[in-house]
Design a protein around this ligand. Sequence first.
Ligand code: FNR
Length: 195
Amino acid sequence: MHFLGISGSLRRQSLNTAALRACIKLVPPGVTLSLADISAIPLYNEEIREQGLPAPVMTLRDQIMKADAILIATPEYNYSMPGVLKNAIDWASRPPSQPFEGKPIALISASPGGFGGARAQYHLRQVFIYLNGLILNRPEAMISAAHTKFDAQGELTDSATADQLRSVLTGLADWTRLVQAGQSAGQTAAGKVQS
Ligand code: FNR
């Protein structure tokens, strides 16, 4: 099973990207996690889309389609998600196909503040209602005081946070198996109705 990680922060010292990197080592057996790079995606412009999806958008869409599940780590900017993340989601979501449809997704967030980016996660949930991304409800991971939980090299040093992330990753693997079993049962049932 393969997870695609998407960080909502472009900066090299990002706490959210550091959390995703930590997750690469915390995935349960049988799961791999690779990270997308949204830094080259231009600002959304319908006129650009009319000329064809830019290469970094095509790459992201392809990575989302091929992944069994998505793990998004979002910063909280002014109680919501950063523009770069919303911009990447907006690009990826454009027709003809919509790669988040029926895709299992887990959200995590990290902030130096006390709420750990919770409000950004809840805004993202709202976005994925429209896109029919299947968000894992629980467990949740909001990493508060995140600057105290990673060292200068971005390595996770807090064992409680590692446990939290491990449980989200295990929850996402379980959720993905459940969703995929339901989707293939639905296809089998639909095939029987048609034949
Ligand atoms: C922030 N930050 C922030 N933090 C928070 O907990 N709630 C908030 O509403 C905001 N708002 C906000 C707006 C803007 C424009 C910036 C640049 C920052 C602080 C933010 O959590 C902090 O910079 C994190 O370190 C950003 O995540 P990365 O880049 O470390 O992953």
